[in-house]
Write a new protein. Structure first.
Ligand SMILES: C[S@@+](CC[C@H](N)C(=O)[O-])C[C@H]1O[C@@H](n2cnc3c(N)ncnc32)[C@H](O)[C@@H]1O
Length: 204
């Protein structure tokens, strides 16, 4: 048994619909990968740890991360705003979130995160960045500004520079990581889960 299999055998997903979504994702070629079970458990845990009630995510796809976040927001009685640029995926995620019994916790906004985010007042307790790598760096300062002190910016796929992905993606993420690490208002760690997740806390 691998480490991954062992963890998954003893820690069950926070919402039973997450397994259905993972299976669907593995059978489809028209969607990009979700954060998956390990990062999914981590983001759920962090929402509870922070007692987060105001959460936003960029990049919804089929709604795996959306359901992980919303399941914990059920406990904190919070709300998630999820921004997705693909109208087709917005419709699919709406249905999936409904099937997971969490529609009352989530508002899905169709549009480009870099435009929609400007219209959201904040402050936020937690932001999950998992959309196009092109927008990570341009949105960084805006995210920091709208986080409350002690709030978390979670950035997925930050180990792309060490993976076999397109050169452009490696460069974009490397530039982003440098900016995250040097940011005067953030303290950042990177965990090697999935394709890498950065956890950045806005300093008090
Ligand atoms: C990696 S997938 C998100 C996976 C999702 N967070 C999960 O774990 O289930 C990236 C998603 O970001 C969306 N996307 C790409 N660029 C975007 C942008 N500028 N604004 C909003 N969504 C974007 C894509 O359509 C895609 O569905």
């Amino acid at each position: 048994m691998t480490q991954d299999e062992y963890i998954q055998s003893i820690i069950k997903p926070s919402n039973p619909y997450l397994d259905t979504l993972l299976k669907e994702e593995s059978l489809r070629k028209d969607v990009c990968p979700s954060i998956g079970p390990h990062i999914g458990n981590l983001v759920s845990f962090l929402v509870e740890l922070l007692k987060a009630t105001r959460v936003v995510e960029f990049g919804t796809c089929l709604g795996y991360s959306t359901i992980c976040l919303a399941q914990s927001l059920e406990k904190t009685r919070g709300k998630l705003i999820s921004i997705e640029s693909s109208p087709r995926l917005v419709e699919e995620t709406k249905k999936n979130v409904y099937k997971a019994g969490l529609a009352h916790r989530v508002t899905i906004i169709e549009g480009k995160a870099e435009e929609v985010f400007d219209t959201l007042p904040g402050p936020f307790d937690l932001i999950l960045q998992d959309a196009s790598k092109e927008i990570y760096l341009p949105l960084l300062n805006k995210c920091v500004k709208k986080l409350r002190p002690g709030g978390l910016l979670l950035s997925d796929d930050v180990l792309f520079p060490a993976k076999e992905v397109r050169k452009r993606q490696r460069e974009l993420i490397n530039e982003y990581n440098q900016a995250l690490i040097k940011h005067p208002e953030l303290t950042t760690i990177i965990l090697p889960l999935g394709d890498g997740i950065a956890i950045s806390m806005k300093k008090y």
